[in-house]
Design a protein around this ligand. Structure first.
Ligand SMILES: [Zn+2]
Length: 301
């Protein structure tokens, strides 16, 4: 009953949140900045609808059917109170960082997460560009910490809240500003812009949720270089605003093509679980080299 209450409130809250985000982005562009609406805005919104709906249904099913039994079975319990709050935040951040970094380094998960990264625009609506699969790869990390006694509902709510907070970090409005020390501790619009950039020096950097502490710890932190403006999108542009084509061209289409082309079962397994650059490495390295050369030519001009 309590869980249903929480998820209903989250669903209503996320719907109002979505409406507010769209109004702020559209209102700011039209009435203050006098610039065009994002070409990907409508597709991002259309992709968000099934994500939000399925997550609302699937979230409680997974918590009740999968995480609560683990919590009952483990026999350990980390009480949820103000003095354990820092520990819960630390664990929530680790889960966010862990599944996010995994989504960038495993081809099967990247097929889904690359959809989020495929827009060549970077505004509040970019954070809506998600698919219902996203919730699934949070489960192994949740399983680990719930089995250590952490409250499954608190960890799930933390992950959802941080994802919503990040909406306001998806904006290119501050690229010329320096956030100073904030950039070294928190996720900000500029260090998250680095995360969404396809420039070779920025790829797979800054995977944090609210903080970038685990990026510092695991060597994936990168502050934006004022001489290297982020180029948003994935390394091979998808050239479409059609939501269905976004899904097939971003990650799932190329993955399917590689699986069909692969010579044997072992190679197919490797394609699925290894880094996205593992198969067709020569092609991707060449693409990276070309863009590096382009940047050097631009600088020399
Ligand atoms: Zn990402």
């Amino acid at each position: 009953m309590l869980l249903n209450d929480i998820t209903d409130k989250l669903f209503i809250g996320s719907t109002f949140f979505l409406a507010a985000v769209l109004m702020i982005e559209v209102g700011t562009r039209l009435f203050i900045e006098k610039r065009k609406l994002p070409a990907d805005g409508l597709s991002n919104f259309l992709l968000f609808l099934p994500f939000n709906y399925v997550t609302h249904i699937l979230g409680p099913v997974l918590v009740v059917g999968y995480l609560l039994p683990v919590a009952d079975w483990t026999g350990m319990s980390v009480p949820l109170s103000w003095w354990t709050l820092p520990l819960y935040i630390l664990v929530g951040e680790f889960i966010f960082y862990g599944n996010h970094a995994w989504a960038h380094n495993c081809r099967l998960l990247w097929a889904d997460h690359s959809i989020h990264h495929s827009s060549e625009e970077y505004d509040f609506t970019t954070n809506l560009r998600l698919t219902p699969f996203t919730i699934l790869y949070r489960l192994p990390f949740l399983f680990l910490f719930v089995s250590l006694g952490f409250d499954p509902v608190a960890l799930t709510v933390y992950g959802g809240t941080i994802s919503s907070f990040q909406t306001f970090c998806h904006t290119d409005r501050f690229l010329d500003k320096d956030f100073g020390w904030l950039d070294y501790f928190f996720v900000t619009p500029n260090n998250h812009a680095v995360h969404h950039a396809s420039n070779p020096i920025y790829i797979d950097k800054n995977n944090g949720g609210l903080f970038v502490i685990f990026d510092h710890l695991f060597g994936t932190f990168k502050k934006m270089d004022p001489n290297e403006r982020p180029v948003f999108g994935v390394t091979v542009p998808i050239n479409t605003h059609n939501p269905l084509k976004i899904i097939t061209r971003s990650g799932f289409g190329p993955l399917w093509a590689d699986l069909k082309e692969a010579p044997d079962f072992k190679t197919r397994l490797n394609i699925l679980w290894r880094n996205p650059a593992w198969y067709g490495t020569e092609f991707k390295s060449k693409k990276m080299l070309e863009s590096e050369n382009d940047i050097q030519k631009e600088r020399a001009a």
